[in-house]
Design a protein around this ligand. Structure first.
Ligand code: TPP
Ligand code: MG
Length: 355
């Protein structure tokens, strides 16, 4: 592995901007990445203080994958979000306080203390809670896309999954059915070089993006550390899905910069590999672009820090859930609750930021 310290040429290139992104959108992309990183760093501190039960998983260095892709989806679309994709929840409007409350198992967390820290999703904003068996969210997304097709609805499902998922049968089942039925679904393969301690070369013999052709739809590799490239690839895949042309597989090339979880010192990862990827940090890259365009990114950082401080305070003040409510919400009672499609927060890209 080369260990050059020079910043790669493309890290400076602002010309890759999507024509579908306004300057305000491009700032929003940076804001969500900063929020994701800041919340996860805060959560890791809380974990070390013994306030987060179980372990803790983060997406440090992979922020562009969830933020760029989720920003391209509309309010009526549905998102199957995985354990390193916090940015997707944030874009849909889930607050830092509710996320930090979730990590700490508090009553005000997204699942009210009922599920493990990264296994959550607020259905009211179109995020489906993560199924831990990997990659079953691919099947959930495919099922939702099937429903959209049967109901003739103009909407799309998206799911993220890791390189480790590509070795599981569910991956093939989802890809096959989506291809056969030409379903409106976007598959984002988050290729971060490792599945726990298993490197890519022990995971697959050919790049799995090439498998898409075998299921009858396009697959492409994208620089997963470039948030605007992720946005643009996802936007195009969504357009394709809405036009009835079927699914797409987007391989986001990135690097898991931290251990699998808080307990993992990742001594099986060569240090030079991590340092090489550090030069492609997605936040640095977007910040450099925006500074060159005259954006005051320091002010943005301060604003994000203040939001996380306030969210932390709010989350720490949340009570633990009342054990007597443990079985609540298992079965639905009463009237059907409508999803309020169209009312869910979303990026509002192309409209100068959030609506
Ligand atoms: C079927 C199944 N096997 C094992 C696990 C435990 N597990 C959780 S995350 C993970 C690693 C997954 O690697 P990858 O798909 O590359 O995603 P990454 O964690 O790198 O984002 C494992 C083995 C699981 N959740 N489901
Ligand atoms: Mg992986």
């Amino acid at each position: 592995m080369a260990t050059s310290t020079a910043r790669p040429e493309w890290a400076h290139d602002p010309s890759g901007a999507s024509e579908h992104l306004t300057l305000a959108d491009r700032v929003e992309l940076l804001r969500y990445m900063l929020l994701m990183r800041g919340i996860e760093e805060r959560a890791m501190n809380l974990y070390r203080q013994g306030k987060v039960p179980g372990s803790f998983y983060d997406g440090y260095g992979q922020e562009a994958v969830s933020v760029g892709a989720a920003f391209a989806m509309s309010a009526v679309d549905r998102l199957c979000v995985l354990h390193r994709d916090l940015g997707a929840h944030l874009i849909r409007g889930v607050t830092p306080a509710r996320i930090l409350g979730q990590y700490m198992g508090r009553a005000g967390g997204v699942t009210g203390g009922r599920d493990g820290n990264v296994h959550f999703g607020d259905w009211r904003v179109g995020c489906v809670g993560m199924v831990s068996m990997l990659p079953d969210m691919m099947l959930v997304a495919t099922g939702m896309a099937m429903a959209f097709k049967l109901r003739r609805e103009r909407r799309c499902a998206i799911t993220w999954f890791g390189d480790g998922s590509t070795s599981r049968g569910d991956f093939h089942e989802a890809m096959n059915w989506a291809g056969v039925q030409r379903l409106p679904v976007v598959f984002v393969l988050e290729n971060n070089q490792y599945a726990y301690s298993t490197p890519l070369k022990q995971q697959f013999a050919v790049d799995p993006v090439e498998r898409a052709a075998a299921y009858g739809f396009p697959g492409l590799s994208v620089d997963g550390n470039d948030v605007e490239a992720m946005f643009e690839a996802t936007r195009q895949a969504r357009e394709r899905a809405l036009a009835g042309e079927g699914p797409s597989l987007i391989e986001a090339l990135t690097m898991r910069m931290h251990g699998h979880a808080a307990h993992d010192d990742m001594k099986y990862v060569p240090k030079e590999q991590v340092e090489e990827w550090r030069k492609r940090d997605p936040i640095d890259r977007q910040e450099t672009r925006l500074r060159e365009l005259g954006v005051d990114t320091e002010a943005l950082r301060a604003e994000v820090r203040a939001a996380i401080d306030a969210g932390t305070e709010e989350a720490l003040a949340m009570p633990m859930p009342d054990p007597a409510t443990a079985a609540h919400g298992v079965f639905h009672e009463g009237e059907e609750i409508l999803l309020r499609d169209g009312a869910a927060p979303w990026s509002g890209h192309g409209q100068g930021g959030r609506p």
